[in-house]
Design a protein around this ligand. Structure first.
Ligand SMILES: Cc1cc2nc3c(=O)[nH]c(=O)nc-3n(C[C@H](O)[C@H](O)[C@H](O)COP(=O)(O)OP(=O)(O)OC[C@H]3O[C@@H](n4cnc5c(N)ncnc54)[C@H](O)[C@@H]3O)c2cc1C
Length: 457
């Protein structure tokens, strides 16, 4: 192993940590798995990133970029040891908000919510809002191509990244994309780096598209007898010409858990709930959208539809969805959660089949999520202290992935592959496709130093 003390000459003594406390603190992410790095390094600027990468490339030291460590798939974990490169200390500034071109330029360590607040104070809008918005970073969001509650109308992170600066594993700085709406010169390197989970290059600057902030929004909730009719309503509504900002769902098990834990008065006979938001600048348009949504929901089986009268009521409606993840802990101490995504028209059949998997193994699989995007958070709940139950849980997960792939869906809509889903890549991609991914990795990182052992590569 190279002498890691040498890193102090590059970034300064205050920005290299080799002590136990730091190594433990940076060994985790939201998966709760742990791999200890050999050093934690806080680069001050792009030049530091470049010099640290040159050092790693020369000495064949693995290096893992890290945002807030809120990832759900182990992407920021140093599974091969080496260096964790963290941006929260220095590279966390909003560099520019260009009002005329409606663009923000930020460093990778900027927290998503800080950017949202800053642009909203100027009447602008950055829509991607992962539920981790209060702590996850733009670097992490770009690298995982994060989604959020507003993706149904506005899209996901990739739809807002116009340009990037990044450093290749050999230390070379590259620029990809432009501050322009259109740019078709050269390969789409921005598209390749977005969602690349820190395996191809270290992102050092991000140029993001901004929108005008809509003046008004309204929230509504539809109650259904079963989750299939709720899911049918999703694609029927979307195909009818209305585009809600959000279209989120809870299935029967999730509704029961929320009610048991929080007693907020959800109907006992509800088998599915859809929560939806619409926005715009004119009250009349919002009312028309909600009328259409209500008609589509009722046509497809909703027996109740409630529109929030004010912000407090909207907050109440959203409470069930926002607290679903905590509530389902009533079903088991270990949650194996995935974020599979299918074409919207396949949602009813997919949810039915997931229910059958639960029945087959005698386990609870509450589901909720971003149904407007076809994105289902499946939660296989088991007793974490019982190894047999955990084994059964993973068998159920494998079936869930197979059903998803058979439906024309994808293993991950927003959390990425990382370490957690790497074993399942073979189910979703052919040998030729996996080989193409490996060649791409090799082109960027011939010595395999950058976030090695991720994405099943
Ligand atoms: C409670 C909770 C709710 C969540 N809700 C959502 C949600 O609604 N939608 C969603 O999409 N995700 C969600 N997530 C998952 C997670 O927050 C996102 O994946 C987020 O984008 C990760 O950001 P981070 O800053 O924590 O990145 P990290 O977890 O630190 O890193 C994620 C990946 O990005 C890479 N990376 C980080 N910075 C850079 C960089 N500068 N250059 C290159 N690679 C880099 C890392 O190597 C790693 O592979 C949630 C997580 C939690 C804990």
């Amino acid at each position: 192993m190279a002498n890691l003390k040498e890193l102090e000459k590059i970034v300064g003594v205050d920005n290299v940590y080799l002590d136990k406390a730091h190594l433990i603190a940076y060994s985790y992410d939201a998966t709760r798995s742990s791999f200890k790095p050999d050093a934690v390094v806080f680069p001050r600027d792009e030049k530091d990133v470049s010099e640290v990468l040159k050092f790693c490339n020369r000495n064949r030291v693995p290096i893992v970029p890290r945002g807030a460590g809120s990832g759900f798939t182990g992407g920021a974990l140093p599974s091969e040891g080496g260096i964790v490169l963290a941006f929260e200390k220095h590279m966390n500034r909003i560099l520019e908000i260009d009002m005329e071109n409606m663009v923000a330029i930020v460093q990778p360590g900027v927290i998503n919510m800080d950017l949202q607040k800053e642009v909203e104070s100027k009447g602008l809008f950055y829509p991607p809002d992962p539920a981790s918005e209060n702590y996850s970073t733009i670097g992490g969001n770009v690298s995982e191509n994060a989604g959020g509650m507003r993706a149904t109308k506005y899209g996901i992170t990739k739809d807002f990244v116009m340009a990037l600066r990044a450093v290749l594993p050999n230390g070379e700085v590259i620029r990809a994309g432009k501050r322009t709406i259109k740019d078709v010169a050269g390969y789409n390197v921005v598209g390749t780096l977005v969602g690349s989970e820190g395996t191809l290059a270290v992102i050092t600057e991000v140029t993001l598209k901004l929108l005008s902030k809509p003046k008004l929004s309204k929230t509504a909730m539809g109650i259904f007898p079963d989750v299939e009719s709720a899911m049918r309503s999703v694609f029927k509504t979307m195909a009818s010409g209305v585009t809600p900002v959000a279209m989120e769902f809870l299935d029967a098990l999730t509704i029961r858990a929320v009610e048991e834990k929080y007693k907020i008065g959800l109907p006992k006979n509800a088998g599915g709930i859809l929560v939806t938001d619409v926005d715009g600048d004119l009250e009349i348009n919002l009312e028309k959208d909600l009328e259409l949504i209500e008609a589509k929901f009722r046509e497809n089986g909703a027996f109740d539809f409630k529109i929030a009268k004010d912000e407090a009521e909207a907050k109440d409606i959203w409470f069930a969805r926002r607290n679903a993840s905590q509530a389902i802990s009533i079903y088991g101490s270990k949650k194996i959660n995935e974020d599979v995504t299918v074409p919207r028209s396949k949602l009813p059949e997919t949810l039915k089949k997931f229910g059958e998997v639960g029945e087959k193994y005698g386990i609870q699989i509450p589901c909720f999520g971003h149904s407007g995007d076809g994105n289902i958070h499946t939660n296989v709940m088991v007793d974490g202290k019982d190894p047999k139950a955990v084994e059964i849980g993973y068998k159920a997960i494998e079936e869930i992935f197979q059903i998803t792939v058979d439906m024309g869906g994808t293993l991950s809509g927003e959390h990425g592959i990382g370490l957690a889903k790497a074993p399942y890549m073979k189910m979703a991609f052919t040998d030729a496709e996996m080989e193409l991914f490996r060649s791409m990795k090799k082109a960027f990182d011939p010595n395999n130093i950058l976030n090695p052992n991720k994405m099943g590569l």
